[in-house]
Ligand binder design. Structure first.
Ligand code: ASP
Length: 230
């Protein structure tokens, strides 16, 4: 998903297997269609028509991810089927989420947010996470841009990204407080993950309640911050 804070235009795609750069398809949905979200075959057809690069799904195969999937499947077999609300086992073996998110502020004060992911390991076929859902994993308005990673169902149920923007818009909270409160709310619900949020003055927050989150920031002056753990 991608969202432009200035005019609140947004585009997203979900459930695709052949688009080499899904974020480009999200941009095309935003700029070249009358829709916000396209999924599955329709999204792939649209991307092709827009001239985006289409690849064999094998392009996305990696040894590491294949192994995590096999481990997750084995653990699933051992799982108590009654424990529906328990944390999925694949989080135990693979704490790292696979999402890439970005928020940016330009010289004119415009904000944008983008999020791309392969989704959680061993998810059900057809499952859609928070990343492509505007207001859940991705959101931008004139005050703040947000991109989230983590256990998507919780970010959807708490409308995480929009909640942060609303706290800033209606409650005058600063970006750090709004972002931290939202992660705390997700933790209370039993979820985990993290997010990056950047406001119109260049203040940013990167809270998470997992053991780590790969993250980085660069300012106008070229000051770089890169961190993994707390
Ligand atoms: N948020 C993603 C999802 O729920 C997972 C991730 O962050 O890697 O699919």
């Amino acid at each position: 998903a991608i969202m432009n804070g200035k005019d609140k235009k947004a585009g997203s795609i979900a459930g695709v297997h052949t688009i080499k750069n899904p974020i480009k398809a999200a941009i095309a949905v935003m700029e070249k269609s009358e829709h916000v979200m396209l999924s599955g075959n329709g999204a792939e057809q649209f991307a092709k028509l827009q001239g985006l690069e289409i690849v064999n799904p094998k392009y996305f195969w990696t040894e590491n991810r294949w192994k995590s999937l096999q481990k997750a499947k084995e653990l699933e077999k051992l799982k108590n089927p009654k424990a529906e609300n328990s944390k999925p086992d694949y989080f135990i073996i693979d704490q790292k989420f696979g999402t890439v998110g970005c928020v940016a502020l330009d010289q004119f004060g415009n904000l944008a947010a983008g999020t791309s992911t392969g989704g959680m390991t061993n998810k059900k076929y057809g499952r859609i996470g928070d990343a492509p859902i505007i207001g859940a994993g991705t959101y931008a308005d004139e005050n703040v841009g947000i991109s989230a990673t983590g256990w998507g169902e919780f970010f959807i149920r708490s409308t995480a990204a929009r909640t942060i923007a609303a706290k800033i818009q209606y409650l005058n909270k600063d970006v750090k407080t709004a972002a931290q409160e939202t992660i705390d709310e997700i933790e209370k619900m039993g979820g985990d993950g993290g997010l990056i949020a950047l406001d119109k003055n260049g203040n940013f927050a990167m809270p998470f309640n997992t053991s780590g989150m790969y993250r980085g920031a660069i300012t106008e002056d070229g000051e770089i911050e890169v961190e993994i753990y707390k």
